[in-house]
Design a protein around this ligand. Structure first.
Ligand SMILES: NC(=O)C1=CN([C@@H]2O[C@H](COP(=O)(O)OP(=O)(O)OC[C@H]3O[C@@H](n4cnc5c(N)ncnc54)[C@H](OP(=O)(O)O)[C@@H]3O)[C@@H](O)[C@H]2O)C=CC1
Ligand SMILES: N[C@@H](CC=O)C(=O)O
Length: 440
């Protein structure tokens, strides 16, 4: 039997993820010690309510409400409380007392990442955050280490398990958004405040983290364009399916050429619902799974897929970080600096180019199609396909028809002016919906 040196592990949070981390750490301690070269001793779990029921149960003697005391003397601090404060304060306390830190807190990293990385660099500590994006999927390490020698050009993915679960339920089981969210919450996928999921905030935080890492810069959270799924209706999901698409909440981070500045590039990051063709691999991502496509100049296309949320699944990524942190303690040496010091221009949403599907309710009379087509062309947006459904016959005095128009790639700004012109034209009764089309 090998005698290992013990590392003291303090866990902050014993909720969906924290309780699973504690259980796995206690169950698999010997195996983890063999892989790390050090024993991992769980010295305590900080929570708010000592009497709350936990699944799986955490031994009572490990629970404490005194996080600050727990951090003192820990070699590794695992932050799984969520939220900005006091998580930020505790992480800084841990770093400054010489501990390595593991966190799954994307909200904190997207908001205060530079401050935390800087603090860690100052004292030679390491901040690990594999679980912050994509749950169980290894995506942070591949971007930070495996692809460090390549140039990433695009990331396209589903990075929020809750919204994917909801949209999938709406599509496959015809659940309402509210019913599907209640199930996602029960299953431990949703954030403490699920507005973070359905409003696209959680995905935007993950997009900021991925873009910063992939493009070796700092992409502030405020620079990520964000739209959630709260406006997506059952009718849109059904209509999309009939037209050969699935609605997904996507995060897209791109390195794009800056118009009018030869040879110069900027980056953009956006989160919004989009239509994905049914044949695209992202359309087959069901439940709370996530999938991230990474395009890099030399590597080409890579796809990362798996459980994007869930306590036990996410705990797997946290334990991977724990083993890495323990190995670093055994081997010694400085931490890996986050290479986000370069400043690359973050481009506004108006400069993004993509395709769109616009659904219009129009007056059903001769010449309307020609008027609509000329409005698109006047604003520099090229139409790829048009389909028209017959008048509903409800109002015979002024019959209407539904036009579904799919465009070629256009900039957001030209699409916006086109939609404004359509909305104010007398042949258009209403602009029913505008959705971006991705993954074509
Ligand atoms: N759930 C998931 O699928 C995933 C979650 N994450 C991230 O992991 C982190 C944890 O998520 P999750 O486990 O779902 O969250 P939970 O809300 O289930 O758990 C939070 C835990 O932190 C404790 N806590 C909160 N505030 C304090 C405080 N001020 N002092 C002491 N303890 C505190 C709570 O104590 P008490 O139980 O007593 O209330 C609870 O045990 C979050 O950052 C989340 O974004 C990342 C990937 C996936
Ligand atoms: N609420 C998040 C949890 C994981 O990050 C999600 O649904 O993806």
């Amino acid at each position: 039997m090998i005698e290992y040196r013990n590392l003291r592990v303090a866990l902050l949070g014993g909720g969906s993820v924290g309780a699973q981390v504690a259980a796995l750490l206690l169950e698999h301690g010997d195996e983890l010690a063999n892989r790390s070269g050090a024993g991992l001793e769980l010295v305590g779990v900080a929570v708010r309510d000592l009497d709350a029921e936990r699944t799986p149960a955490i031994p009572k003697h490990l629970l404490t409400t005194n996080a600050e005391e727990l951090i003192l003397g820990a070699d590794i601090v695992v932050e799984l409380m969520g939220g900005l404060e006091p998580a930020r304060e505790y992480i800084l306390q841990a770093i400054n007392s010489g501990a390595d830190v593991i966190t799954a807190n994307k909200a904190l990293l997207a908001t205060h990442g530079p401050e935390l990385f800087e603090a860690a660099e100052q004292v030679g500590a390491q901040l690990y955050y594999e679980a912050a994006v994509g749950g169980a999927i290894p995506i942070i390490r591949p971007l930070r280490d495996s692809l460090a020698g390549d140039r990433v050009t695009r990331i396209l993915g589903i990075v929020n398990g809750t919204t994917n679960f909801i949209l999938d339920r709406m599509d496959v089981h015809h659940d309402t958004l509210e019913a599907a969210l209640a199930t996602a919450t029960e299953l431990g996928y949703a954030e403490a405040d699920p507005t973070a999921d359905v409003g696209g905030y959680d995905a935007a935080q993950k997009a900021a983290i991925l873009a910063s890492l992939a493009f070796h810069t700092t992409v502030p959270l405020e620079a990520v364009h964000r739209e959630g799924i709260t406006e997506i209706t059952a009718e849109q999901v059904d209509a999309a399916r009939k037209a050969g698409y699935v609605v997904k909440l996507l995060a897209i981070c791109e390195r794009i050429a800056i118009e009018g500045r030869d040879g110069e590039y900027g980056v953009s990051a956006r989160v919004h619902p989009a239509l994905v063709p049914v044949a695209h691999p992202l359309a087959a991502v069901h439940g709370a799974n996530n999938a991230v496509f990474v395009q890099a100049e030399a590597a080409g296309d890579l796809m990362f897929y798996g459980a994007g949320a869930g306590g036990r699944e996410t705990a797997s990524a946290v334990l991977g970080d724990l083993v890495s942190a323990a190995r670093r303690h055994v081997i010694g040496g400085p931490g890996i600096a986050e290479s986000t010091h370069a400043t690359i221009e973050v481009l506004p949403m108006s400069s993004v180019r993509t395709r769109y599907q616009i659904t219009l309710s129009v007056i059903d009379e001769p010449g309307v199609l020609a008027t609509i087509a000329s409005l698109f062309s006047e604003h520099g947006v090229s139409v790829e396909a048009v389909s028209q459904s017959v008048s509903d016959g409800k109002n015979l005095a002024s019959p209407t028809a539904t036009l579904v128009i799919v465009t070629h790639e256009a900039t957001e700004s030209s699409l916006a002016t086109t939609v404004a012109a359509l909305g104010s034209n007398s042949v258009v009764s209403s602009v029913v919906s505008v959705l971006r089309v991705e993954g074509v």
